[in-house]
Design a binder for this molecule. Structure first.
Ligand code: SF4
Length: 70
C-alpha cells in the first residue's frame, strides 16, 4: 500500500457512511482496497495514511499542527 497523506476516516472516501458529515464517534467499515480484506470497523476519529478525501465534503485532511516559531 502506497503511503499517502494521513487523514481522519470521517473525511475519507473509504469510510462507508451515508452521512454527508460523519461524526468522530460514528463507526463504519473501511472500504479501502487493501484494508477491506480485514473487515475493519473504524470510527470517524480514526485515520490512516491511505486517506483519500471524500468528494464534495469540503473537509480538509488532518494536518499536524505547525511548530511555533521561537
Ligand atoms: S482506515 Fe484509512 S482508508 Fe479506511 S476509512 Fe479510515 S482513513 Fe480511510
Amino acid at each position: 500500500m502506497a503511503a499517502g497523506q494521513w487523514g481522519n476516516c470521517k473525511g475519507c472516501r473509504y469510510f462507508s457512511s451515508n452521512n454527508p458529515n460523519p461524526s468522530d464517534n460514528e463507526t463504519q467499515r473501511c472500504m479501502q482496497a487493501d484494508l477491506k480484506a480485514f473487515d475493519l470497523k473504524v470510527s470517524g476519529a480514526s485515520g490512516c495514511n491511505a486517506f483519500e478525501a471524500r468528494a464534495g465534503t469540503g473537509q480538509k485532511p488532518y494536518q499536524e499542527p505547525a511548530q511555533p516559531a521561537h
